[in-house]
Design a protein around this ligand. Structure first.
Ligand code: G3P
Ligand code: CA
Length: 280
């Protein structure tokens, strides 16, 4: 039998592959997800956008990022040119863009090849089958709805439409046992909390230090607190644990920092480099 490169359950914490494995593969692509599974992650972290024809796809930006993608003729996109707006393009049109071949100076170890932005449902289908074929545990998914008040109706649908579409798709394809939704946009979290209370939710924040104001502004207790790791400390972690929440910081890209955070008591780590995660 063909043995997987590594078996999972080697981590006692929730190891989350950021955008799949951004450090090693083009971000938010199917190969980034299968690579993360090879490395034994518990959870696949990914970002969502909506196309003109209403398809749910993986993308960190709501446009074709010039840093990452080449246009349909294989040319570079002028920096700052946001005319390649995903919400104004059909999925068929988006398939012409190559978001895998361009060298990314921030992630020089990325393997380079032609890669398109995938549909969320295709990511589910491939990852579920891959894990099962390789004898790995079925993965969890940490799914980010990327929206902002400035982008409403321009870069993405309004919050209720965006949220309902994503919730419906996940409910149909996977259910909620292994999935949570995350967002920096508190309107999304509040809307889903009100209208789909069965959905596990993670609040994303840039700064862990303002946790009390942020939780107050959110107005309810979600399942996960997910801050940038910078200002996180034992007191903040204890505060959220006391509320019955998990604490899962992003984006932690070296082993020493990961160990420090795990010693502080975080429940998981989101990283571009699951290959650097300590076995503990
Ligand atoms: O899930 C947390 C992390 O992904 C948030 O930052 O900008 O990479 O989506 P970003
Ligand atoms: Ca994200």
């Amino acid at each position: 039998a063909f043995l997987p490169m590594s078996v999972s359950a080697q981590y006692s914490y929730d190891l989350q592959g950021h955008r799949g494995t951004r450090g090693l593969m083009p971000e938010n692509t199917i190969p980034a997800m299968t690579k993360a599974l090879d490395l034994g992650v518990t959870t696949l972290e990914l970002d969502l956008a909506i196309t003109k024809d209403g398809q749910v796809i993986l993308s960190h930006e709501p446009f074709m990022n010039p840093l990452i993608c080449l246009d349909s003729e294989g040319n570079h996109i002028a920096s700052g040119d946001h005319s390649f707006n995903i919400y104004q393009l059909t999925y068929q049109e988006i398939l012409a863009y190559d978001c895998g071949s361009k060298f990314h100076p921030g992630y020089p170890q990325q393997v380079k090849f032609f890669a398109t932005k995938p549909l969320l449902e295709d990511v589910f289908a491939v990852a579920e089958k891959y894990a099962s074929d390789m004898g790995l545990p079925q993965p969890r998914y940490n799914i980010e709805i990327k929206s902002s008040p400035d982008g409403d109706g321009i870069y993405h649908p309004e919050v209720p439409e965006f949220s309902d579409k994503v919730v419906k798709l996940i409910a149909e394809k996977l259910g909620w046992e292994r999935v949570n939704i995350q967002s920096f946009d508190f309107r999304v979290l509040q809307y889903i909390h009100e209208n789909h209370p069965e959905v596990p939710l993670a609040m994303l924040v840039e700064n862990a230090a303002t946790y009390q104001e942020d939780l107050k502004e959110l107005g309810f207790v979600p399942d996960i607190f997910s801050p940038h790791f910078r200002n996180l400390n034992a007191e903040i972690i204890a505060f959220f644990h006391h509320k019955g929440m998990k604490v899962i910081p992003w984006t932690v890209n070296n082993t020493e920092e990961m160990n420090k955070l795990l010693d502080l008591g975080v429940d998981g780590i989101i990283t571009d480099y699951p290959n650097l995660a300590p076995k503990r």
